[in-house]
Design a protein around this ligand. Sequence first.
Ligand code: MRU
Length: 361
Amino acid sequence: MKIETLRWSNGKLEMVDQRILPASFEYLSYDSAESVAEGIRSMVVRGAPAIGVAAAYGVALEALRLCGNSEDTCSSTLLSQDKADNRFKVGMEAGFIILAQSRPTAVNLFWSLKRMRGVWESMKEQSNIIVAQRLLAEAHEIFAEDIRINKAMGRYGAELLSDDVRVLTHCNAGALATAGWGTALGVFRSAAEAGKNISVIVDETRPFLQGARLTAWEMLQEKIPVALITDNMAGFMMSRGEVDAVVVGTDRVASNGDVVNKIGTYMVAVLAYRHNIPFYVACPLSTIDMDIVSGADIPIEERSVDEVKGFREYHWAAEGVKIHNPSFDVTPAELVTALITEKGVVQKPNREKLCALLATS
Ligand code: MRU
């Protein structure tokens, strides 16, 4: 089954509602920057690359909305607007702001908005209609590019795994977190495609349960053997020799190679180090933030305490207890065996190696 996390349909963006997976598989429809920002904020769509792709469509949808509400009307000359149309400019700026405020940690969001802004700013002489169509084409390109990148990472990553391999992953870095194929789960898909005998152990990933709900579901759809554990079981599995490698995704990598990913990843990295198990991070180049010196400088999203109290409407925590809910953590570069990128594998990442990698891209 090909999982279409995001799709363009009848002039709108449709996104699978990941809050209700795997119990229900439903698409919600989006037609403006504001609605897409809400979809990102509320976790209808999540995962760094998917957030970036959604934001690109959010910008394009806003441009289309501001110049006449649909792809078709926008392409008609009747609704052509003057390039200096103030309403368009003000509306677009507001759209960029609301999208940028939707979630703070995944750098792909800001990378994508910067790219879309670049396109807009390079077309200031053009009519709004032409700009809107070009922005939509750019969003489609970011979508297609993401799948190509994931497949390239998948090929490089699969080469790191032996023919018979048991991998552990945390959170969901799969088709559901990208335009398709996935980053960490893309490595597993590529390994399976290459004929390797791969089985996956997935941490449930408290509190939002991306592992139990999303990764387990994706691997089952793909018919890749998968076993679910709670987050506190990873060390025991490793101590019994049941994990050969760890592969995770990332939301942002600092210029020194520190990796920010879903809360709990640091714990897994420390355990992998203790047990001499390679810890790989699947990381598209768009996730590397050379403006950030180290992981300590990356903003870590604090989410609602309700997520920790229980799940959905059922709460099990003692009423009135103080609750923390940081959504991501920092794994220091020294614990990272290698970054898997679309340009190849970077062993023991550091600033020098990341500079060299980005200079050749
Ligand atoms: O809060 P989420 O579900 O958006 O967090 C997702 C992750 O932490 C993923 O591991 C990361 O974005 C990489 S996805 C290819």
